[in-house]
Design a protein around this ligand. Structure first.
Ligand code: F6P
Length: 464
């Protein structure tokens, strides 16, 4: 049977789309547009490309929007049943694949790949199939399809079967696990994930390290990469946007509030994260406490400004982690604080303008993930910093490959070592700090989001 073709010539597929809907009490739907690399990347190709973004409904507001036929041009939301989505997103993507790639399991008790896991895996398959079918229906002949992330590892293979004419890529925004960790997955599942990805013409990773880990997994489990090409595209910060946005009035107002909270003449150690289990916020707080013990001269003279924004709160382990962050910050404040000094200023509500305000006035930025695909905060802070900021950076962050030379490196598990790195950051001379910040900003903006996206599109077409 001859395939019927759609009209889109460039398609992006991701679980979370560029827009989400909230249903208000009066029944109206309110659209919220997201930012990020893919949004600016896709807008860079211009309207003539007949671009389409295929994503999933994520909540009740999105589902209602699809039912009412409300939507934005260039976006198609798939009405995946809520239970299937919960299994695929919470059960498999966030509780298994995320854990494997970030090596987060506490192995004496987990993972347990039992019948419940197999049931959720079946949902992950049908969720991936829904994406593949929608993409197959929407794509013009020979179109380029750019599939994103661990939620959609099976899509390239499924789509290749439906539409052999398409150019298909897949990009991983996370690390990739080394073979000895990846093999924790049941053999058939490990092979299915790799074969799904190898359905693509081209696979993209954020760093050489993650690309090599993927290649090593293929060599160990599928007999190699076959015809699939592997490329590295280290997404950078959007320098022009950040420099402009960080001087808007709302950011300036938040700087004044933050300065009050920190107190006159004090140094600020800043961290900004979505509270993912891989971000290592708890050990960051422990390291700060160690700093106050090892160097009491910093008491009253420094404040740890920690923004830990909620993420994946449907999962108990994420809620517990956030509670631990809150508890430990409270314990440090109770144990060390004085009438005029709050050692930890913790904020948990997402506020982009406040994040930029903190970036501008940070003396030291703490980016200490256990493992991270890239970490854009490490690239954003130096761009926005007013007077230069020392970057204390985990060698397990993807950003380490590009920024390591001008950062102060840490082993993220070494609390005493991290405390020493914070001290080194606080005592670094203003001149050296400014010089390093300049180089970090240049390296961090080398591949802005639009260029990052277009490079991948060009490479996919060039390989055809
Ligand atoms: O932290 C980055 C990341 O893992 C990306 O790979 C992905 O796009 C995003 O988080 C997914 O986050 P969420 O679960 O909030 O949609």
């Amino acid at each position: 049977m001859a395939a019927t073709f759609g009209a889109a010539r460039v398609l992006v597929a991701s679980n979370r789309g560029p827009v989400s809907y909230e249903q208000r009490d009066d029944g109206t739907l309110h659209a919220k547009r997201g930012g990020g690399g893919l949004v600016s990347g896709l807008s860079a190709i211009g309207p003539e490309a007949d671009a389409l973004w295929v994503c999933s409904v994520l909540g009740d507001g999105d589902r209602e929007a699809v039912r009412r036929g409300v939507g934005e041009p260039g976006v198609r939301m798939l009405d995946i049943p809520a239970d299937v989505h919960a299994d695929a997103y919470n059960g498999i993507a966030n509780s298994v694949l995320w854990f494997v790639h970030h090596m987060l399991y506490q192995t004496p008790l987990e993972p347990v790949f039992d019948a419940e896991f197999r049931r959720q895996w079946a949902s992950y398959e049908s969720y991936n199939r829904a994406f593949a079918e929608a993409l197959a229906a929407e794509a013009a002949q020979g179109a380029a399809v750019l599939v994103q992330d661990y939620h959609l590892t099976l899509v390239p293979g499924l789509l290749r079967e439906l539409r052999p004419d398409l150019l298909i890529s897949h990009f991983s925004h996370t690390p990739w696990a080394p073979p000895e960790y990846f093999r924790m997955l049941p053999d058939d599942i490990a092979a299915q994930v790799l074969r799904g990805m190898l359905g693509a013409d081209r696979l993209g990773f954020l760093t050489r390290r993650w690309a090599d880990a993927f290649t090593a997994c293929c060599e160990a489990f599928t007999g190699g990469l076959g015809d699939t090409e592997v490329g590295v595209h280290g997404l950078g910060a959007d320098g022009d946007f950040l420099r402009r946005r960080s001087h808007d009035d709302d950011v300036v107002r938040r700087m004044a509030v933050l300065r009050e909270e920190i107190g006159a003449g004090r140094r600020a150690i800043v961290r900004v994260d979505r509270t993912e289990l891989s971000k290592n916020i708890v050990r960051g707080l422990l390291a700060y406490r160690q700093l106050l013990d090892d160097h009491p001269e910093w008491r009253e003279r420094v404040v740890h400004v920690a923004f830990a924004y909620p993420s994946r709160q449907d999962l108990a382990v994420y809620r517990d982690y956030m509670a631990e962050v809150r508890r430990l910050a409270g314990e440090i404040n109770a144990g060390y604080g004085t009438a005029g000094w709050t050692p930890v200023v913790l904020h948990l509500e997402d506020d982009f303008a406040r994040s930029l305000a903190a970036y501008r006035l940070a003396d030291v930025a703490l980016v200490n993930p256990i493992r991270d695909g890239m970490n854009l905060v490490a690239k954003e802070v130096p761009v926005v910093s007013d007077e230069g900021c020392v970057l204390v950076l985990s060698r397990e962050a993807g950003a380490w490959e590009e920024l390591g030379e001008d950062a102060v490196g840490v082993n993220p598990y070494d609390v005493c070592g991290t405390a020493a790195a914070l001290h080194a950051g606080l005592v670094m001379s203003a001149g050296e700090r400014a010089e390093r910040t300049k180089r970090l900003a240049a390296a961090g903006t080398a591949l802005p989001p639009a260029r990052w996206f277009l490079d991948q599109l060009e490479a996919l077409r060039a390989g055809a």
